[in-house]
Design a protein around this ligand. Structure first.
Ligand code: ADP
Ligand code: ADP
Ligand code: MG
Length: 500
């Protein structure tokens, strides 16, 4: 057991600030790192100490593991929290941190290695009774063989990069005629994004829900789950809206999925916070997808419904403490929803938008939490993730959480940058979302840019829009294409993002 007195957060933006807040509450000193683009960022000012690590591109700053370790030694830092993205799932970094005598607030390098690769994670859990999507258990290299296997599995199939993440390196194949083309695309995307062209094939579940289970384990073999998060509203296989609990799970399925997630964690001797992702079909049958060995973007909804600060638990676990609660101590209280407020233009195919936040006023009030790292006058750096904030609401019931979300979206004032706020309001008000009967096709089925235009009967809004139109620049022409499954037209929001 070692008490952490000073922690370095190897990250930026909202997650760096969120981690520092908990550290402060625990009486732990904080060290920020920053790139030249983030010199004036809030996370830098919030920290007790801050060190510049290099120029804006993450490869020259936030990803410089050895430089970050040197800073820790120089400043007598006991522990590193990697947040999500960047170095969080880098087993070599984790190992180097530990070899330098510094605590890595996360799992062991061995767990990261086993779960970081989708195929190796499937092999790891294969000994246990974990339901898996039908598919190849190894990488496919021979095309002829791959086609025979796909026929056996039954079209449509999904070609997936084993090293994949962030929804990249994934291609749906509807029939054998398009197999070669989609295979080429999947392999080249996998090489471009992950430097590893290994792909495998899975049955494509046609109306799937994405439901994941949060787990927490200590270094003494105790593992619990903190229930599910429903993350089916997705674009390009990336989450946009998340909630807990799911509107459709029965207590029995919840328990079965929870048990299964704990088994998966046990299979890789997991400790720390992790997420076991499942795909759930129309009959509520669930299948293991992958495990993410880090704090998840959407972790706040779990915190809201369980009353547990996941970062605090991660720190306690890293110190070697025993989990202070058991499964039976945990209960779901109320309902929580999170939306990702991104600097993207929903009326223009969600293209990332750049600019300066002229107005930035956060919503407040009962049941509203904003995790961000923004202030008026700030310019969105083009080098990183385009997420401006996470807006989270909490209510006694799902209806209440939705009502609070709509109210909070209306209160949120952002000008100078296009955001996904109105798009998220559309989701909250859509009958399919309200009923809970939606799957990962939600956006491709129901969304087109026109739905964001004011309706003719909204006289007041029309007038306001007309007035605003006189004041602001002309809108860009609306381009909409269905980006739900395979194509992202080379305009991925990962363009300038973190490489792992
Ligand atoms: P989740 O919401 O489940 O945590 P995301 O897919 O939104 O997962 O990814 C979370 C973070 O992990 C991203 O913001 C990004 O920083 C990082 N990440 C995940 N996959 C990739 C990838 N392929 N390339 C770069 N960063 C990634
Ligand atoms: P990543 O590492 O990119 O997060 P995942 O395996 O978690 O990869 O898949 C990301 C998303 O892609 C899922 O949330 C789901 O929407 C979709 N997906 C993955 N596998 C399947 C499948 N077999 N059938 C249908 N959709 C899938
Ligand atoms: Mg995933």
């Amino acid at each position: 057991m070692k008490t952490i007195k000073k922690v370095l957060i190897a990250n930026r933006g909202e997650i760096a600030l969120r981690i520092m807040r908990t550290a402060k509450e625990m009486g732990i000193k904080t060290v920020a790192i920053y790139s030249e683009a983030d010199r004036n960022a809030l996370h830098v000012r919030y920290a007790d100490e801050a060190v510049c690590v290099g120029p804006p591109p993450s490869g020259q700053s936030y990803l410089l593991g050895n430089k970050i370790i040197d800073i820790c030694k120089r400043l007598n830092v006991d522990a590193i929290h990697p947040g999500y993205g960047f170095l969080s799932e880098n087993a070599d970094f984790c190992r180097n941190v530990r070899e330098a005598g510094i605590i890595f607030i996360g799992p062991s390098p061995e767990s990261i290695e086993l779960m970081g690769d989708k195929l190796s994670s499937k092999h790891t859990v294969a000994r246990y009774n974990i339901p898996m999507v039908p598919g190849t258990s190894d990488a496919v290299t021979d095309r002829k063989d791959a086609k025979i296997k796909s026929r056996e599995i039954g079209y449509p199939v999904l070609i997936k990069a084993s090293a994949g993440g962030g929804g990249k390196g994934m291609r749906v194949v509807e029939n054998e005629e398009e197999f070669d083309e989609q295979m080429d695309r999947a392999v080249s995307e996998a090489i471009a994004s992950f430097g590893n062209g290994s792909v495998f094939i899975e049955k494509y579940i046609t109306s799937p829900k994405h439901i994941e289970i949060q787990v927490l384990g200590d270094q003494h073999g105790n593992i619990v789950h903190l229930f599910e998060r429903e993350c089916s509203v997705q674009r390009r296989h990336q989450k946009v809206v998340e909630e807990a609990p799911s509107a459709v799970l029965t207590p029995e399925i919840r328990e079965a999925m929870g048990k299964c997630a704990v088994e998966v964690a046990k299979a890789c001797n997991y400790y720390g916070a992790g997420t076991v992702e499942f795909i759930v079909d129309e009959d509520l049958k669930f299948y293991f997808l992958e495990m993410n060995t880090r704090l998840q973007v959407e972790h706040p909804v779990t915190e809201q419904i369980t009353g547990i600060d996941l970062v605090k638990e991660m720190i306690r676990i890293a110190e070697g403490q025993v989990l202070s609660f058991s499964q039976s101590d945990l209960q779901i209280q109320g309902h929580s929803i999170e939306i990702r407020v991104c600097a993207e233009d929903p009326e223009n195919n969600f293209l990332p938008d750049v600019g300066t936040l002229q107005t930035y006023i956060r919503p407040q009030g009962n049941g509203v939490r904003v995790d961000d790292c923004m202030e008026p006058g700030m310019t969105m750096p083009i080098y990183y993730d385009p997420m401006i904030a996470k807006l989270i609401t909490y209510g006694k019931t799902r209806e209440e959480a939705i009502a609070k979300m709509i109210r909070a979206i209306d209160e949120y004032q952002i000008t100078g940058i296009q955001t996904t706020l109105q798009f998220c309001k559309f989701v909250m008000q859509h009958e399919a979302f309200i009923s809970g009967k939606f799957d990962t096709r939600f956006i491709s089925l129901y969304f087109s840019p026109e739905v964001l235009s004011p309706q003719p009967n909204d006289q007041e809004e029309l007038l306001a829009a007309a007035l605003a139109g006189m004041l602001i620049k002309d809108k860009k022409p609306v381009v909409h294409s269905d980006t739900s499954l395979s194509s992202n037209g080379g305009k991925s929001k990962w363009r300038n993002r973190i490489e792992r």
